[in-house]
Structures are given as structure tokens and as C-alpha cells.
Design a protein around this ligand. Sequence first.
Ligand code: ADP
Ligand code: ADP
Ligand code: ZN
Length: 216
Amino acid sequence: MRLIFLGPPGAGKGTQAEILAEKTGLPRIATGDIFRKALREQTPLGLEAKAYMDKGELVPDDIVTAIVRERILLPDCRHGFILDGFPRTLAQAQSLDALLDEEAMQIDAVIYIDVADEELIARATGRRVCRSCQMPYHITFSPPVKEGVCDACGGTLYQRDDDREETVQNRLNVYKSQTAPLVDYYAKKGILRQIDGSQPIDRVSLDILKVVGIAE
Ligand code: ADP
Ligand code: ADP
Ligand code: ZN
């Protein structure tokens, strides 16, 4: 199964993609996580991406596409994968289509998680992420059992630099102008599945499982 998680920043893509990855054993490919890891390791890629991420802008298409291409061609993606946060522009979607064509692969569904703007800002600004496994938490909506510590792996939680309110607002604008057109793009292909992301986390998960045919 090959899936794309699409939606504005803070919609719950990471949370839901991680839950589904755990249930299915499919690898989750999160471009934001790849850039943050590269930055922690101070690689040239990480340092270049940082300039864009700090402003809430998108990293250039050719950089992102090359990374995803390399990742999708690894053996663990043979039976499928979950893309989280990619594609984010029409050009990225077209590059992905070309790559999938070459490899005779297809996307089975695009899970589009829809949430109202006010809620998105509250979610992103209260988000905390595990430094070790990248699992997202929220200080009020989804707190860990022990403050500041990841339930899953015991890692330390931190706040992303780009989750400050001003940057979140810009990321929302960038989403609307550059990423939202993908909703139509995939709807026209007949593979878009819209999910009401304003529900509690476990309800959203259930809807996603139904859509991908794992739950009734
Ligand atoms: P995205 O990857 O789309 O940016 P995340 O999965 O990181 O979104 O979620 C953003 C924040 O909102 C996190 O703090 C997460 O714990 C919280 N969150 C995710 N889903 C829900 C939900 N259904 N209800 C309330 N809070 C949520
Ligand atoms: P969120 O979960 O809040 O939607 P991500 O972790 O997916 O955010 O992305 C964080 C930042 O990483 C983006 O604001 C952007 O700068 C960069 N980024 C991630 N994925 C892409 C992509 N597909 N294209 C361009 N930039 C990206
Ligand atoms: Zn963790």
C-alpha cells in the first residue's frame, strides 16, 4: 500500500502517519523529520534546509524531490510506504508521478486531513516532539504520561523552532498558496480521501483505517 498524508501544518499528519505505520509495518517517510535530523547532524543539507524552515518557507523542490526519490527506492519501500508532508507543491507531485511511472508503482490513496485554521494554530503552538523517535505530543490535547518525556521511547521532548506563532501563520499562508492546490490534483485522479481531522486522535485514526480498508 502506498499512501500520501496531505493537510495543513498541525492537522495531525505526523500523529496519524505514525499510528498507521506502526499498525501496518510500512515505513513512514516524513520530509520535515528528514530535514530536522540532517540539521541536528549539521550536514550541508540540514544547514541549507534550516534557512527555509526557520522562515516557514518551503525547501526548494529539486532538493526535496531528490531526497524522496532516493528514499522510496530503498528495499524497505518495496511493499509500500507512507509519505508524510510530501508532496507539498504541484511540481513535487508531478515529479513523484514521473518516478512512480518509471517504477510501475501507484499511489493507492491520498489521506487529506482537514482542520479549521484556529485549531491548527493551537495545535502547532502547543506541539512538542520527541528528539529520539519524532513522535508528536501536545501540551494539552495529547500530553505524555510524564512531562517532557516520550511515552514511546523515553526520549526528551522539545518545541520546534518553527512552531512559534508568527512562523506558524506564515506556514499556513504557504500551505494555502502552494500545497492546497494538490487537493484538487488528487481529487481529479480519484484517489483523494478526505478525513475530518477536528475529531479526537483515536476517532481520526479509525476513519483512516476504514478508508484504507483495515477496519470496518
Ligand atoms: P502535522 O504533522 O500535520 O503538522 P502533528 O501530527 O504533528 O501534525 O500534530 C500537530 C499537533 O496537534 C501535535 O501537538 C499533536 O499532538 C496534536 N494533535 C494531532 N492530532 C490531534 C487531534 N486529532 N486532536 C487534538 N490534537 C491533535
Ligand atoms: P508540519 O508537520 O508542521 O506540516 P513538517 O515537519 O512536515 O511540518 O515540515 C517542516 C518544514 O520542513 C516545512 O515548513 C518546510 O520548510 C520543510 N519541508 C518539509 N517537507 C517539505 C516539502 N515536501 N517541500 C518543501 N519543504 C518541506
Ligand atoms: Zn520517542
